[in-house]
Design a protein around this ligand. Structure first.
Ligand code: GTP
Ligand code: MG
Length: 576
C-alpha cells in the first residue's frame, strides 16, 4: 500500500502546507486488511442510530453522556483527506492499525474523516506509523497531535474512482430553505418538530465537539497531565444548533486541592506548589499559558485571543479543521451546573427542546439574538425565559429549581463559591404533572405571555417558578439560577427589550392568522409553496426598525397589520 499519514504540525508560517512524499507503510497482509474492513462495515451498519436511542430512552445523566463521549474521543483521530480519497482504500489503510469502531467524513474547508478505534492502543499504533512531514522552506513546531493528513503519493484517484462518501455538512440549512421545508408540513406541531430536526446537533457533530476538546486536552496535558477539557453550554445541553460555538471548560479540580482530604495524624508528603493571592489570578495565568500554547503549537487553531479580563476569563479561537468557534474557560463550574440543569429540563419533556429550538430560531431570524456580544438577549437568557414560561403553565410542564433541589439526595449536594447549586440528578424521582398542551398552543401562548409580561416591575425566576419583584432597575431582569444575586440579562438595553416585546406581539398575531396550511401540504397547484404557520414567523418582520415603545404607540395597529399583510404577499411572490 502506498499511502502514508502525516501528523499535522503547527507551522511557523500561516500559509504553509506540508509536502507529501512517497512512503510505503504496509502492515499485515491485504487479506487481513480486507477482513478488518469487512468486519467493520458489517458491525457498523446503523450503530449511530442505536447509540442515540439508548441515550434518549435511558435518561442518561449529562455526566454519564459526557464520560462516554469523552472515552470515544480519546480513541479517535481526525484526518484531513484529499477530496477524492477513495473510501475503501482509506479504510483498508487505517484498519492496518486496529479495529475501527466508527468513522465518518465531513467537509469544512476541505474533506476530513473522524475515525474511532475500538481501543486507545490502536491510536498509539497509528501514530507510531505516522510520518513526520518533510518541508524545505519553513520550520515545524515539533508537537505531534491526533490531527493528521492522509497523503497519497500514487497517481491521484480518477474522479470516477471516488467513493461517493457521505459528506456530513456541519452547518445548519439556510433560513429560506427552512421556511420552504416547514411550509410543506401539515400541522404547526409537525413544523416545530421538523425545525428541531433540521437544526439540532447531529450525532457526528457531537462526536466532533468532544474530539476537539480531547485534542486540546493533549496540549494542556503538557502542563497539567491530569486535567480534562469538557464541552459545556449548547454543545451538550440539548439546545445546540448546528454551527453553535464550542464552549470548553478546563477542569483542574483533581489537582487543585479543593476536594482533598488531609490525613489526621502521622507522616505524609505534600506537593510544593506556587501560591497566588486570588483564584482569579491563577485562572488568568493558566489560561494565558494554555492560550499561548494553543496559539503557538496547536495545529489548526487560528485567531487566538486571550480575553483574560472578562468576568469569566477565556481564550477564544477558531479550530479550523472542525470550523468551530471555541471559547476555553477554566474555573467555571457554575456554568457547568447551568448546562446540567438545562440538559435535565430538556430531557424531562420533549416539548421543552422543541419550544426552545423554535424560539431560538425565531429570535435569530429577527436578530433578537446574535453571535456577537452586545446589548441583545443571549441564547442562554432566552432559554431561561422559555423554561420560566413552561413553569407558568397550568398545570406546569416542568418543575421549579427549588423543587428539583428539594428532591436532591446527599450525593447531589453541590456548593460552588457559596452558591447552592444542588438539584436532583436521578430523573426517576421527578414526577411531572399531566399537561397535555400541544406545541402549537404552547408557541402561541409563549408569544402572548411575553407580549404582556410586566418587564418594568417583575423579574423572571426559574428557581421559584414565579415572577418576583425586580431587585434592580435593569430593563430585563432574569435571575441567575445559581448565583441568585446576579441578573443573566444585565447586558440587555431597553430598545432590545422593546424589539423583543414588539416581535412577540406581531408573532402572536401572525400565528393566529396563519394557523392552517393553505392547501394540503401547503403546496399550490403550480408547485409553488406558500409560507404558513411557523414559516411566517421566520419571514422578515415589520418591527425591525422600531426603536422604542413610545414610537410604536403612534403607529395605529391597523396600519401595521396592513403593512404586514402587504409584506407577506410580497414575500410569497419572491419565494414562488
Ligand atoms: P449559544 O452558544 O448561543 O448556542 O448558547 P449557549 O447556551 O452555549 O450560550 P453561551 O455560549 O453564551 O454560554 C455557554 C454557557 O454558559 C450557557 O449555556 C450557560 O450554561 C452559561 N452561561 C452563559 N451566560 C451565563 C450567565 O449569564 N450566567 C450563568 N450562570 N451562566 C451563563
Ligand atoms: Mg455557546
Amino acid at each position: 500500500m502506498r499511502m502514508r499519514i502525516s501528523p499535522s504540525f503547527g507551522s511557523a508560517m500561516a500559509s504553509s502546507f506540508t509536502v507529501c512524499r512517497l512512503h510505503t507503510i504496509g502492515r499485515g497482509s491485504l487479506a487481513k486488511c480486507l477482513q478488518k474492513v469487512d468486519t467493520f462495515l458489517h458491525r457498523n451498519i446503523g450503530t449511530n442510530v442505536v447509540a442515540v436511542q439508548e441515550e434518549k430512552n435511558g435518561f442518561k445523566s449529562l455526566y454519564a453522556v459526557q464520560a462516554e463521549r469523552q472515552e470515544q474521543a480519546e480513541k479517535s483521530v481526525l484526518i484531513s483527506c484529499h477530496s477524492r480519497t477513495n473510501e475503501q482504500k482509506f479504510l483498508k489503510y487505517i484498519a492496518n492499525y486496529g479495529d475501527i469502531q466508527k468513522y465518518f467524513f465531513y467537509e469544512s474547508y476541505g474533506m476530513y474523516a473522524v475515525v474511532e478505534f475500538a481501543n486507545q492502543e490502536s491510536v498509539a499504533s497509528l501514530l507510531e506509523g505516522t510520518a513526520i512531514p518533510s518541508i524545505s522552506h519553513e520550520s515545524l513546531v515539533p508537537f505531534k497531535s491526533r490531527l493528521l493528513s492522509m497523503r497519497n503519493l500514487d497517481a491521484v484517484d480518477l474522479p470516477n474512482q471516488s467513493s461517493g462518501k457521505k459528506r456530513q455538512a456541519q452547518t445548519s440549512i439556510p433560513i429560506n430553505e427552512l421556511i420552504q421545508r416547514l411550509s410543506k408540513e401539515e400541522s404547526i406541531d409537525q413544523q416545530i418538530t421538523s425545525l428541531t430536526e433540521a437544526y439540532q446537533l447531529t450525532e457526528e457533530n457531537c462526536r466532533l465537539r468532544f474530539l476537539v476538546c480531547s485534542l486540546l486536552k493533549d496540549i494542556a496535558a503538557a502542563f497539567f497531565p491530569e486535567c480534562t477539557i469538557m464541552p459545556f453550554g449548547s454543545s451538550v445541553n440539548g439546545f445546540g444548533k448546528l454551527g453553535c460555538d464550542l464552549d470548553m471548560f478546563l477542569d483542574l479540580d483533581g489537582i487543585s486541592g479543593k476536594n482533598a482530604t488531609m490525613p489526621k495524624s502521622g507522616l505524609f508528603l505534600e506537593y510544593q506548589m506556587k501560591r497566588a493571592n486570588l483564584e482569579r489570578i491563577v485562572t488568568q495565568n493558566i489560561l494565558s499559558v494554555i492560550g499561548e500554547c494553543v496559539d503557538q503549537f496547536g495545529p489548526g487553531c487560528v485567531g487566538v485571543q486571550k480575553i483574560l479580563n472578562a468576568r469569566c476569563p477565556l481564550v477564544r479561537f477558531v479550530h479550523q479543521p472542525s470550523g468551530f468557534q471555541c471559547d476555553l474557560t477554566a474555573n467555571n463550574r457554575v456554568a457547568m451546573k447551568s448546562t446540567e440543569l438545562l440538559y435535565l429540563y430538556g430531557e424531562l419533556d420533549p416539548r421543552v427542546r422543541h419550544l426552545v429550538f423554535t424560539v431560538r430560531c425565531w429570535a435569530r431570524a429577527h436578530s433578537i439574538t446574535s453571535s456577537i456580544p452586545g446589548a441583545w438577549i443571549s441564547n442562554f437568557s432566552l432559554t431561561v425565559m422559555v423554561l420560566f414560561f413552561l413553569q407558568r403553565r397550568s398545570p406546569p410542564i416542568i418543575p421549579t429549581l427549588d423543587h428539583l433541589r428539594d428532591l436532591a439526595g446527599p450525593e447531589d449536594k453541590c456548593v460552588i463559591e457559596d452558591n447552592d447549586c444542588t438539584f436532583v440528578s436521578d430523573f426517576s424521582k421527578i414526577q411531572l404533572e399531566s399537561n397535555t398542551e400541544t406545541l402549537e398552543q404552547l408557541l402561541c401562548e409563549f408569544f402572548e405571555f411575553y407580549s404582556s409580561f410586566s418587564f418594568r416591575t417583575l423579574s423572571i425566576n426559574i428557581r421559584k417558578g414565579k415572577e418576583q419583584n425586580k431587585p434592580e432597575v435593569a430593563p430585563l431582569h432574569i435571575q441567575n439560577p445559581f448565583e441568585t444575586t446576579l441578573n443573566v440579562s444585565k447586558n440587555v438595553n431597553a430598545s432590545q427589550l422593546d424589539r423583543f416585546v414588539a416581535l412577540c406581539q406581531e408573532s402572536s398575531w401572525l400565528i393566529q392568522q396563519n394557523k392552517t396550511a393553505p392547501s394540503r401540504g401547503g403546496t399550490k397547484a403550480k408547485g409553488a409553496i406558500t409560507p404558513w404557520g411557523v414559516s411566517t414567523l421566520l419571514l422578515p418582520s415589520q418591527v425591525a426598525g422600531i426603536k422604542s415603545r413610545k414610537r410604536r404607540k403612534f403607529e395605529p395597529a391597523s396600519e401595521r397589520i396592513k403593512s404586514l399583510l402587504e409584506s407577506l404577499k410580497n414575500i410569497n411572490k419572491e419565494l414562488n
